[in-house]
Design a protein around this ligand. Structure first.
Ligand SMILES: CC(C)(COP(=O)(O)OP(=O)(O)OC[C@H]1O[C@@H](n2cnc3c(N)ncnc32)[C@H](O)[C@@H]1OP(=O)(O)O)[C@@H](O)C(=O)NCCC(=O)NCCS
Length: 170
């Protein structure tokens, strides 16, 4: 089967934060950022699989920095690991300083998408081979995150999550 690299799915969405997208203290709503991440992740998953893709799970989101009104927000999404029909998408969220143009990492998110046919049945996706050190790190950890997500969803018995259990046994 075809092999792909994270760069093949790289997707960048840059947009402003408008007044209707903020909370009462003038910072971006979490849900607005989740929606932007979902769009970027969906395009990345589609670029990797060239299939219809659906969001299966939001595995992790860290809202570590507030994003003020008027900010220029960039969501950068790449497939970090492909399994049989599912793909983990890792997203880095950046804001840029108006004057210097310097980028600061504001948040990150990890979603799982599944490739499906026209009937909504899961279909296989190409293998992913990571290239950079960061891509290799994210690839390695993705199996543990998949197992955690499946355990939380009640789709995997904790004693079957062997790679996840191993991090607690050390
Ligand atoms: C996602 C969906 C296709 C999975 O279908 P399913 O019947 O559970 O199919 P399977 O059990 O064969 O799972 C398919 C893949 O999804 C993965 N998966 C399912 N639920 C998951 C979860 N909560 N977290 C991580 N991966 C998950 C499985 O591990 C499997 O991966 P693999 O094939 O790479 O090993 C199905 O649940 C669905 O259509 N959900 C709705 C999606 C949607 O509408 N999203 C938008 C929400 S508004």
């Amino acid at each position: 089967m075809e092999v792909k690299h994270p760069k093949d799915s790289k997707t960048i969405i840059t947009d402003l934060v408008l007044p209707s997208e903020t909370n009462p203290i003038g910072n971006m709503f979490g849900g607005e950022l989740l929606a932007r991440m979902d769009r970027a992740a969906s395009i990345a998953a589609r670029r990797h699989s060239r299939r219809i893709v659906v969001t299966a799970s939001v595995n992790h989101v860290a809202f570590s920095k507030m994003i003020p009104l008027g900010s220029v927000v960039t969501v950068e999404a790449k497939v970090s690991r492909a399994f049989k029909s599912s793909m983990e998408i890792f997203m880095d969220v950046w804001i840029e300083d108006r004057e210097s143009g310097m980028r600061t990492k504001a948040n990150e998110g990890i979603y799982t998408f599944v490739a499906v046919d026209e009937m909504g049945h899961p279909v296989p996706v190409p293998e992913l081979v990571p290239e950079t050190e960061l891509e290799k790190e994210r690839y390695e950890a993705a199996l543990r995150r998949k197992q955690l997500s499946l355990v939380l969803a009640g789709k995997l018995q904790p004693n079957q999550a062997t790679e996840l259990k191993a991090i607690f046994d050390n």
